[in-house]
Design a protein around this ligand. Structure first.
Ligand code: ADP
Ligand code: MG
Length: 370
């Protein structure tokens, strides 16, 4: 099912939690709603689920306006951070529960599913979830990941049109989270359902999503594939939020048709970046480059017009397995540099790094990408 939101706005009293959001969640894909805490992710998801009604705007399911339809009439499944299983029921009983609902008939209530149908579905779901050996256990006897799989299974068994997740892995320990991500990807391949997945964790978003919607304070900052958000961020906010290491930023000014770093007016930007800035007629702004794209300056190789050099001091070294994450000081500005070199750095070392023209992003005074 295709889901569309049109100018969707939600206010809580004076607080605008979501403002004018318009977007299509493509059929059969995993779309991630990503953003810092309080940016409106849960609000967006609950509006789609029908657990909240919009202040203005619309929610469309396959072109039908469902904005005023309650959650139980939308055929959506939901999984949250806390897996609300019934503690007094076994795994099988929990899974059967949604299928045992009765429908009001003319004379008496009747079962929606026959006993054989229920058993068949429970068996299918248990094998899909890899929980066959836990079928007779109670929730308290399961690990976090197992509980979450049962909770997801209980939603799946109703055969929903749409799957909504709100930070379902945040209570699960880091090691297991990788496994669960893989499992969610597999589940998606098997079911081919439209899935919307909320997370504040950009690495989870990058790993799971076909498409990412990044929210910033109730507004959509950017929509795109993981690669588009990483390689082509539309603003400084996006550039900062996406990536395993913080992006580096230095301000620049244009004086007498030359682009210079504000921290060191003697240091001109590489030719390509300079030309680009001059062509846009910007007088000042910020340039950004990622910690993983800079290189240590090699004295044997002269710098050319497509790179520039920053002479820095090492302020801090963090060693993570085969990587060193260096915090450098460039004339009072902080620069992060990630390297896999065998050479060991220590505090107070001096180091020169090279930034390549092609790795530079330019932002204007309003922090929009140019
Ligand atoms: P997220 O899921 O991204 O952390 P939410 O959608 O939960 O963000 O919340 C967005 C904003 O709306 C936050 O500032 C939050 O404090 C506010 N908010 C959420 N629910 C309510 C509510 N029921 N009443 C008042 N403010 C709320
Ligand atoms: Mg939330």
């Amino acid at each position: 099912m295709n889901i569309e939101i049109k100018k969707l706005t939600k206010n809580y009293g004076k607080k605008i939690a979501l403002k004018d959001a318009s977007l299509v969640f493509p059929k059969g894909k995993i779309t991630i709603i990503l953003g810092p805490s309080g940016s409106g992710k849960t609000t967006m998801l609950r509006l789609i689920a029908g657990l909240l009604y919009p202040t203005s705007g619309e929610v469309l399911f396959d072109d039908t306006n469902v904005s005023n339809r309650p959650a139980n009439k939308r055929n959506v499944a939901m999984a949250f951070q806390n897996y609300p299983l019934f503690p007094h029921m076994t795994v099988v009983e929990n899974l059967r529960f949604p299928l045992e609902s009765k429908k009001e008939g003319k004379l008496f209530k009747f079962n929606v599913y026959s006993e054989e149908e229920i058993e068949k579905k429970v068996n299918e779901i248990s094998s899909l979830l890899h929980i066959e050996e836990h079928k007779d256990k109670y929730p308290s006897q399961l690990s976090g990941g197992e509980k979450q799989r049962v909770a997801i299974g209980r939603e799946l068994i109703r055969d929903p049109d749409v799957f909504l997740f709100d930070e379902p892995l945040s209570n699960i320990d880091a090691r297991l989270r990788y496994e669960m991500r893989m499992w969610i990807r597999k589940l998606h391949e098997l079911l081919n359902k439209t899935m919307i997945y909320v997370t504040h964790d950009q690495s989870e978003a990058m790993a799971l999503g076909d498409m990412i919607v990044l929210l910033d304070d109730g507004k959509i900052a950017q929509v795109g594939s993981p690669d588009e958000l990483y390689y082509d961020p539309s603003s400084k906010f996006v550039a900062q939020f996406i990536g395993n290491y913080p992006m580096n930023f230095l301000s620049f000014t244009v004086e007498k048709n030359k682009c210079k770093l504000t921290a060191d007016k003697k240091n001109s930007l590489p030719e390509k970046a300079s030309k680009f800035i001059l062509s846009k007629g910007i007088k000042k702004g910020t340039l950004g480059f990622r910690a993983e794209t800079i290189r240590e300056f090699d004295h044997k190789k002269p710098i050319d017009k497509d790179m520039f050099k920053l002479e820095c001091n090492v302020e801090d070294v963090e060693k993570v397995l085969d990587q060193q994450i260096l915090t450098l000081n460039y004339r009072g500005e902080q620069i992060f540099y990630v390297t896999k070199t065998k050479k060991r750095f220590s505090k107070k070392d001096s180091i020169s790094v090279i930034v390549y023209s092609d790795d530079i992003y330019i932002f204007d005074e309003k922090y929009e990408r140019v």
